[in-house]
Design a protein around this ligand. Structure first.
Ligand code: MF3
Ligand code: CO
Ligand code: CO
Length: 287
C-alpha cells in the first residue's frame, strides 16, 4: 500500500525542529496545504530579488516619466527594454512562452497580457496597465501599475482607485501563518462593494527564482484555504478588477493567443507588487 499524502514539511535532519518548523507542521497535521522548503527563500536570495525589484521599479518610473496621449505601446516597450538592459538585467516577458515583447501593455477592456504594437496609440481618457518583470542575476521581480492618460471618466477613475485599494487590502491580509485564501477573501469583499468582477482565471504567484512559482495567489475565495504563508516566501498579489463581469476571453485577433479581454468588454484595472513575507507581515520588493 502506498501512502498518498506524503508529508511536505520536515525539520532538517539531525536538528531540533525550530519554531517555524513546529508551526508549519502544526498546520500540515491539520490538513492544510503548506509550502515545500524550497519556497522559503534564503536571506541572500531575498537580497537578489530586492535588487531585481529596484531595477523593475526603475523601469516603471521611466514609463511614468514618458507615457502620454499620442504615444504607441511599442514605444513603451522600447523604453522598458532600454532601461532594463542598460541596468544589466533581462526582460522576463521577452520570448516567455511565445510572448513577443518585453512588457505587457493592457488598455481599457484588455485585462492583462496586452502585446505592445505600433497601431495601439494611447488616447486621452484611456486607462493602461503596464506590467514588467525583471531578471537580474537570475532573480525575478514582477510589478505593474495603472496609468491614466490625461483625464478620464469618473467611472474609470474609480475603477483604477479601487483596484489599487484591492492590492493594498490584500497586502494587509497577508500575515505570517495566515493563508493565501485570506488574501483573496479580503480582496473580493472590497470589489463586491462596488459590484466589480474579480477575475478568476488568472492569479498572483510565487516568484523569485523563476517567473511563476507556487503558490497560486487567488484574488477571491475563502479564509483559511490555500497555502500557508510562511516567512521567507516571495510572491505577487495582482488583482484584476473588471467594471462588469469577472469573466474573460482570449482575443481572437491576437495571433499569439496572449491578450485577455473582459467578458463584456468593459474596462479592467490591475496593480501588482512582489512581496516577501516576514515575521511581521509583507514587505514590498517592488517599491
Ligand atoms: N507579468 C505577468 C504576471 O504578472 C506575466 C506576463 S507573462 C507574459 O504574472 F508573457 F505575458 F509576459
Ligand atoms: Co506582472
Ligand atoms: Co505576476
Amino acid at each position: 500500500m502506498v501512502f498518498k499524502k506524503k508529508r511536505v514539511w520536515h525539520s532538517l535532519p539531525g536538528q531540533e525542529p525550530t519554531e517555524l518548523d513546529k508551526r508549519v507542521m502544526y498546520w500540515e497535521n491539520k490538513g492544510k496545504e503548506v509550502p515545500s522548503r524550497d519556497l522559503i527563500k534564503t536571506p541572500e536570495q531575498i537580497e537578489g530579488i530586492r535588487r531585481s525589484g529596484v531595477v523593475n521599479t526603475g523601469v516603471l518610473d521611466e514609463v511614468a516619466k514618458h507615457i502620454h496621449a499620442g504615444m504607441n505601446t511599442l514605444e513603451i516597450d522600447q523604453i522598458c527594454y532600454d532601461y532594463c538592459t542598460a541596468h544589466g538585467a533581462v526582460p522576463a516577458c521577452l520570448n516567455y512562452e511565445g510572448f513577443p515583447k518585453s512588457v505587457c501593455t493592457s488598455i481599457n477592456e484588455v485585462v492583462c497580457h496586452g502585446i505592445p504594437k505600433e497601431e495601439d496609440v494611447l488616447q486621452e481618457g484611456d486607462i493602461v496597465n503596464v506590467d514588467f518583470t525583471t531578471i537580474l542575476d537570475g532573480y525575478y521581480a514582477d510589478a505593474s501599475r495603472m496609468f491614466i492618460i490625461g483625464k478620464t471618466t469618473p467611472e474609470k477613475e474609480q475603477l483604477v482607485r479601487v483596484a489599487k485599494e484591492c492590492l493594498e487590502i490584500g497586502m494587509e491580509a497577508a500575515k505570517p501563518y495566515s493563508f493565501v485564501g485570506d488574501i483573496g477573501h479580503a480582496i473580493q469583499k472590497h470589489a463586491d462593494k462596488y459590484h466589480y468582477g474579480i477575475v478568476r482565471d488568472l492569479c498572483g504567484h510565487g516568484v523569485g527564482l523563476k517567473f511563476h512559482e507556487k503558490p497560486d495567489v487567488m484574488h477571491y475565495g475563502h479564509k483559511g484555504t490555500g497555502m500557508l504563508l510562511v516567512p521567507g516566501m516571495v510572491f505577487t498579489i495582482e488583482p484584476m478588477v473588471n467594471m462588469g463581469t469577472w469573466k474573460v476571453f482570449i482575443d481572437a485577433d491576437d495571433e499569439y493567443g496572449w491578450e485577455v479581454i473582459s467578458g463584456d468588454e468593459k474596462p479592467s484595472a490591475q496593480w501588482e507588487h512582489t512581496f516577501v513575507m516576514t515575521e511581521h507581515g509583507v514587505e514590498i520588493l517592488t517599491h
